[in-house]
Write a protein that binds this ligand. Structure first.
Ligand code: FES
Length: 100
């Protein structure tokens, strides 16, 4: 479905997605990394448990919510990969955090 345009000399970063190590090109989004690594979902919907993948890749659909470095509810298409990043599926419904 997706095919990456090769760029000569680009750097890569190591990261962990759902407990598995991957090398991905530096500068891509977490959503792009998840797709590049062949994952079939980033979360399941809380109501019907349907698997979801990134859709718009520009921050409008919220289908790409993931837990990144322990922080849930992040839009994976809006976060750039970093070395040693830990990425996990979003589990359960997104929650709003109360400001105190
Ligand atoms: S893919 Fe639509 S908001 Fe991230």
């Amino acid at each position: 479905m997706f095919r990456r345009i090769e760029q000569a000399g680009s750097d890569s970063v190591s990261l962990r997605i759902e407990g598995r190590e991957f090398q991905v090109p530096a500068g891509i989004s977490v959503a792009a990394a998840v797709l590049l690594c062949g994952f079939a979902k980033v979360r399941n919907t809380p109501v019907t448990d349907s698997p979801r993948l990134p859709y718009c890749m520009m921050g409008t659909c919220f289908d790409c919510l993931m837990c990144i470095d322990g922080v849930p509810n992040l839009q994976a298409c809006q976060v750039v990969v970093r070395q040693n990043m830990v990425i996990e599926y979003q589990r359960g419904a997104a929650e709003l955090q109360q400001q105190e």
